[in-house]
Design a protein around this ligand. Structure first.
Ligand code: BZD
Length: 824
């Protein structure tokens, strides 16, 4: 149907047929949700033909495949993106229009696949899109959480978490593959025997619990190339079926337990980002999907190859942070216990197959499992970890004789804990950071000992984002305008967007660019009105900070500055002030007190400021509820200013920064993560940079911090803002509402250092940068140049570029051409 030419009438008929067979209704009678299902099934048929053709082409090419192992894939919605990548979005829109159906409304029926927290999970999704678009054989491997990232409701200014029942209406784009189910075992004890025939040790796991892992495959459509890769997410099911007629006490209890275990394992995504919680269930989730994925990939390899010692020639495993690191000992186990390799052979395979990406330097995010928990849950795996550690420490002592300090820092097992990052580095053949600054900090600070011992492993892969979702789909007006000017090559080669640079000096082009921005602001204003009931003026500056709520990301700095501006406007009503709309979107981990208090503060400031008629609407504050991939697409398109204000050295890369840039919003930020590279591409004159450098921050930290009281008592305007946290201004007189936030700045009641994230220290520099934003915006000619330069200079930040670097330096894959599945 979509092969060479899209056949509109056939498509329309298929949608009608689907409505009739699925729901026994006519188009007119169908609900929007039913229409979404019917359209999706029509699309899915076409995708499935290409899917099988792709797998066949890969099989024939016997191509090396990357397995991207990740606890998170933050996919967002599939329908619109699939249509974009099949290059039929406009055709389908037109066909549906003729049937009286609005594609936008249909798309809005689809729940986001929110199987991730934030940057790390969304990066995995962008990578899958790029891999398929670039013709590389790839699998994403993860978990099919029953409940994804919670839905956020704001009640009385507070965040409330609501379960995300994303599968309620069924997922039209998934395929259950019962025939590829794998068993995964937990707990019990290990007995070992000598094999009388070979004399080898055999390890037998007894008294274990087990679950059956069932894969669901989701198609990942490449752009315009008929490639359809696979995201494989695992569901869990009890192995012993409930046979009530075989009822007896022991069996019954065991059956109930296994049923519960299976349900529990895949029940819910842990909603913590950049924070390690140490929950047993989390480790179960990790081992569950890793064991199943590795069993499946070895079985697939063995269909075509008989020597598993050469696995690394056809398979590479990328571990997305340490969460999948149990892949190292599990691969060792499968190779030794199931495939009969000896230790040296298995180690050779494992260390040539596994690679590790680090996403954070935050100490509280490091995974360190208590040994007693780890060894109880994964007894055989623990034995293998002990042996990996033992052999590694021999090497450390050889290289650094007498240096037990090194041993202590680099061991996997230390102080009763299993340190997953150390294991990933020791076993991985590649260790990469996600932006240049981040990788440099890893080498010189966090992972310095490892870097000194094995520098050849370390490399940088600056993150990127897919322009297909965040421009072609999210900002169709700008996408069409760009294609008009420079052709559509940018869709698969973002470096071509540099061809826009000459237009920066073209006044008409600049006016058109700004008109598109304005229309996107109107679109967002409408969304805000519908969802928040707040009127915002699309002529005001849209100043946006959307990302997870975390202290190091400093939403607190942003809102303190808004409180400061409000004081100024009240005090000097005559002062010239360009109208601003401050837009926030952020979810806080459910147990993160200060983060939740920050949300309440933002909403309270919004309430006061938005309802103060005396300021003539100069200032508006909006907190967008339930920030997620689908509304992010609208938000990036409408932003004037991109707030990237993390404490320097803390944000490994950031990827939202790149999405704003793509959509023409200059960065207001610190020299942190990928901001550094953004500034390099766009030029310092086209960014608003402020604050301490990462060296300065690290310096303070190594010398016990700084004293925020010095600033507090010497800057009365800032002191007044901080005091307003406690004086009831934003709490209807309640003096305790923000005490955790207040204390985090100045002291005292807490065990943390005061102002750990240098908010007061950076405040003045931030306020100055904000002044420069206002000045720049007032000069619309200057601003339009600056805005256009963002889009024109963002070529580097495509995930296509990132993936090509992974391929060239780490994965060594080859492209496979795929004929259309429709043409057979
Ligand atoms: O990864 C993020 C970093 O904070 C960003 O700087 C970076 O751009 C992206 C992509 O590399 N890290 C996360 O998003 N981390 C998590 O979400 C996470 C989830 C569970 C446990 C620990 C961290």
């Amino acid at each position: 149907m979509f092969s060479k030419r899209f056949e509109k009438e056939t498509f329309k008929q298929t949608v009608k047929d689907n409505i009739r067979t699925l729901y026994r209704k006519t188009i007119e009678e169908a609900t929007p949700q039913q229409l979404f299902q019917a359209v999706s099934y029509a699309v899915k048929d076409v995708i499935f033909d290409d899917w099988f053709a792709t797998q066949k082409a890969y099989d024939e090419a016997d191509a090396k495949t990357v397995y991207y192992m990740s606890m998170e894939f933050l996919m967002g919605r599939a329908l619109g993106n699939n249509l974009i990548n099949m290059t039929v979005y406009k055709d389908v829109k037109e066909a549906l229009d003729e049937m009286g159906i609005d594609l936008n409304v249909i798309e809005d029926q689809e729940p986001d696949a929110a199987l991730g927290n934030g940057g790390l999970g969304r990066l995995a999704a962008c990578f899958l899109d790029s891999l398929a678009t670039l013709n590389y054989p790839a699998y994403g491997c993860g978990i099919r959480y029953r409940y994804g990232m919670f839905k956020q409701k704001i009640e009385n200014g507070y965040q409330k978490e609501v379960p995300d029942d994303w599968l309620r209406e069924g997922n039209p784009f998934e395929l259950r593959r019962e025939e590829y189910a794998k068993e995964v075992r937990f707990g019990g004890n290990i007995r070992f025997e000598k094999d009388p025939a070979t004399g080898k040790d055999i390890f037998i796991q007894e008294n274990y619990e087990s679950v059956l892992a069932i894969p669901y495959d989701m198609p990942i459509v490449g752009y315009g190339n008929h490639v359809v890769n696979t995201l494989r997410v695992w569901d869990a099911k009890a192995i012993t079926d409930f046979k009530l007629d075989e009822f007896d006490r022991g069996n019954y209890h065991k059956a109930v337990e296994q049923e519960n275990l299976a349900k529990l394992i895949v029940d819910v995504l842990y909603p913590n980002d950049n924070h390690y919680s140490g929950k047993e269930l989390r480790l179960k989730q990790q081992y569950f999907f890793i064991s199943a994925s590795l069993q499946a990939l070895i079985a697939k390899y063995k269909k075509k190859h008989d020597d598993v010692r050469k696995l690394y020639e056809k398979v590479v495993i990328q571990m997305n942070d340490t969460h999948p690191t149990v892949a190292v000992p599990e691969l060792m186990r499968l190779l030794i216990d199931q495939e009969g390799l000896n230790w040296e052979e298995a180690w050779d395979v494992t260390t040539k197959t596994c690679a590790y990406t680090n996403h954070t330097i935050m100490a509280e995010a490091l995974e360190k499992w208590p040994i007693d928990l780890f060894s109880r849950l994964l007894p055989r795996i623990y034995q293998i970890v002990q042996e990996i550690d033992r052999r590694f420490l021999i090497k450390v002592r050889e290289m650094y004789p007498g240096n037990e300090h090194k041993v202590k820092k680099m061991a996997i097992l230390m102080d009763g804990q299993v340190r997953m990052a150390n294991m990933a580095i020791i076993a991985g053949f590649s260790v990469n950071g996600v932006a240049r600054l981040h990788t440099d900090i890893l080498k010189t600070q966090q992972l310095r000992d490892f870097y000194e011992m094995m520098p050849e492993k370390f490399n940088n892969k600056t993150n990127g984002i897919t322009q297909r979702r965040f421009l072609a789909h999210g900002n169709p007006l700008l996408a069409d305008w760009i294609t008009d000017k420079i052709g559509d090559g940018w869709i698969t080669d973002l470096s071509q967007i540099a061809k826009l640079k000459p237009y920066v000096e073209d006044e008409t082009a600049r006016r058109e660019f700004m008109e598109i921005k304005y229309k996107n602001k109107v679109r967002l204003a409408k969304y805000i009105k519908e969802h928040n009931g707040i009127d915002v003026d699309p002529r005001s500056i849209f100043d946006v900070q959307v990302k997870r709520l975390h202290e190091y990301k400093r939403q607190f700095l942003n809102i303190l500055h808004i409180m400061y501006l409000y004081n100024q406007i009240k005090e000097h009503p005559e002062m010239s002030f360009y109208p601003r709309t401050f837009i926030f979107g952020a979810k806080a981990a459910a147990g993160y007190l200060r983060a939740k208090e920050t949300i309440k503060l933002i909403n309270s400031v919004a309430e006061v400021v938005n309802n103060d008629r005396s300021i003539n609407g100069k200032l508006k504050v909006v907190f967008i509820e339930d920030y997620r991939v689908s509304n992010a697409e609208l938000i990036f398109a409408a932003a004037d200013v991109s707030e990237q204000i993390s404490t320097a050295s803390k944000e490994a890369s950031g990827t939202g920064n790149m999405k704003f840039m793509l959509n023409g919003a200059p960065t207001l930020g610190t020299m942190d993560g990928a901001n550094v590279e953004i500034v390099q591409e766009v030029g310092a004159e086209n960014a608003f940079i402020f604050g301490l450098s990462s060296e300065e921050v690290i310096n303070y930290e190594n010398n016990g911090g700084y004293n925020p009281q010095d600033i507090y008592f010497n800057d009365w305007e800032l002191k007044r803002v901080v005091d307003q946290l406690m004086d009831g201004t934003y709490s209807h007189g309640d003096h305790n509402m923000y005490k955790n936030l207040y204390n985090s700045l100045l002291n005292t009641q807490s065990t943390d250092k005061a102002d750990m994230y240098f908010i007061l220290k950076d405040f003045r520099s931030y306020a100055d940068a904000q002044k420069r934003v206002e000045e720049a915006y007032r000069d619309q000619q200057r601003w339009s140049r600056m805005a256009m330069m963002q889009t024109a200079c963002c070529g580097k930040f495509s995930s296509d570029r990132t993936i090509e670097e992974y391929v060239a330096d780490i994965w060594h894959l080859e492209k496979v051409e795929v004929p259309s599945g429709q043409e057979e």
